[in-house]
Design a protein around this ligand. Sequence first.
Ligand SMILES: [Zn+2]
Length: 207
Amino acid sequence: MRPVLIYPLLAVCLVFATAATATSHLASGLTVILDFRGAHSDSSIREMERESGSILKTTGLKLDWRLRDDAPKSAYPNLVVMTFNGNCKFLPAPRGYDEFGPLAFTETTDHVIQSFGQVDCDHVVEAARSAMFGADYAHAELLVGRALGRVVVHEIVHMLTRSAEHGRDGVFEAALSGRQLIAPSLPLSAVDADRLMSVMSGCESEQ
Ligand SMILES: [Zn+2]
């Protein structure tokens, strides 16, 4: 397995798409398994889930969030797994991270996009922190959650559309700045929403 695209600095991700199972019967929603490998904040995670749902609301896609350890062993009809590496909790001081790596990426095997995404939490948190100023610090955990939600949605779009191509604006741009990650709004563009809805309806467009 290897990430497909490695963008410098704040590139959001990189690869794309998903296992076939993730696009079947999407009318029933998409289960997102969360696998945290480091520290994380409950309030940030709640905001991540809220922000993700808010961005995808226009597409009609419903997300069902499950922690890996709490997820029943039964099979889900539509499933993606997001692994969060590093520390997902806000820290006011800068810390080390791989600034040349992506914020997140979706795994591929033999050029086929899988349903497994990896988030570099240290990178996302630092990108969000670097864009904060003044009153932002008073709700830093919320802003980190917002950033995580946007990164997760970006990867989910790759997975479901099975495309490495990015949008021209919005949350599916090739690279997102720290300011975009914590801005009051960063929607999925109408074009990208249409692409996603086409997949959900079983009418994938040519890539
Ligand atoms: Zn991407």
